[in-house]
Design a protein around this ligand. Structure first.
Ligand SMILES: *Cc1c(COP(=O)(O)O)cnc(C)c1O
Length: 306
């Protein structure tokens, strides 16, 4: 049985004391429970990419990412499970000469090989000429774009929602490269609203989404991200720890915590106009907590409890 057939997650109701209006019904989809170290949504995006690689008789996967990328880790893991070699083009030439961080170390343990490239080269990662030169050099490899976001990645993310989820007025999901939300939009009902919470500011994500779907029942927020991608402060740490105390669920510091923070802020300030039956997609990403806590400790800040 393929590893991908085992992917399932459940909806769990959560009670947040700060939202003391009893009318709200908030559920969280536990995509974070798909695997203990690898993010749920990254498996979703790899499912049909791996099938395509195998159908076209490739024996390895090539992909792109930064040194802390959940996508690299998922690719390394899946490659090992599915008997495909893995090679990553990693942003940052300087990393060649230093010890692997914990993400790259885990990727390495799963057999992934790395090519460290300059930031200038990394910027070319989606250019056709650059991709073709890689294809020429690695003829037996299947190339997956950064974050796993392509038509196959989106197809896998269409499986996140199930028929029962038509109960909800609104579906909320964190956004990086846009593939996850694109799949969710495609499988949502027209009467539902899909809200995306971007981890990056001004990322041009709307253009990515409209490449994959013509539906218009969605909206992106990118205005409350604590100063930028992977930035954090004590307000967010306190919020995450409070959320953990109330629900028993650990949110990751890069994506899901900022999403839930923004949603509670909108509701508390009466700016929530999207209905009271809310489904939050918890995409996981907990491997970044450890790394983040090292940074927080060095700055003398409170750390994320888990
Ligand atoms: C990659 C990632 C996302 C963003 O998904 P995209 O499809 O790239 O938008 C959200 N949450 C976590 C934990 C992730 O690792």
């Amino acid at each position: 049985m393929s590893f991908f057939e085992k992917i399932k997650s459940v909806n769990q109701q959560i009670i947040l004391p700060i939202l003391n209006d009893g009318d709200f019904k908030i559920y969280i989809k536990r995509e974070d429970q798909i695997h203990p170290i690898v993010s749920g949504n990254k498996f979703r995006k790899l499912k049909y990419n791996v099938k395509e690689a195998k159908d076209s008789n490739k024996d390895s996967l090539i992909t792109f990412g930064g040194a802390y990328s959940n996508h690299l880790l998922a690719t390394a893991y899946v490659g090992k499970k599915e008997n495909l070699k893995t090679l990553a083009f990693v942003r940052g030439e300087e990393l060649k000469n230093i010890n692997y961080n914990s993400t790259l170390q885990k990727c390495n343990d799963f057999g992934m090989k790395f090519i460290f490239i300059s930031r200038d080269d990394y910027r070319k990662r989606n250019e056709i000429d650059y991709i073709n030169s890689i294809k020429n050099e690695f003829k037996d490899s299947y190339i997956i774009p950064e974050g796993g976001t392509n038509e196959f990645g989106v197809l896998g993310c269409e499986e996140i929602l199930s028929i029962d989820d038509s109960f909800f007025d609104v579906i909320c999901c964190p956004v990086g490269s846009g593939g996850t939300i694109a799949g969710i939009i495609k499988s949502s009902n027209d009467s539902q609203k899909v809200l995306g919470f971007s981890a990056l500011k001004g990322s041009g994500i709307n253009n990515v989404i409209t490449k994959f779907t013509e539906k218009e029942n969605w909206k992106i927020f990118d205005d409350d991200i604590f100063g930028g991608y992977a930035k954090i402060d004590s307000r967010l740490v306190d919020f995450m720890n409070e959320f953990f105390k109330n629900t028993g669920i650990v949110l990751d510091p890069i994506y899901n915590s900022k999403m839930v923070f923004k949603i509670t802020k909108l509701i508390k300030s009466d700016q929530w106009e999207f209905g009271k039956k809310i489904l939050l997609i918890n995409t996981g990403g907990l491997q970044s907590v450890k790394e983040m806590n090292i940074k927080l400790k060095n700055k003398g800040c409170d750390i994320i409890k888990y």
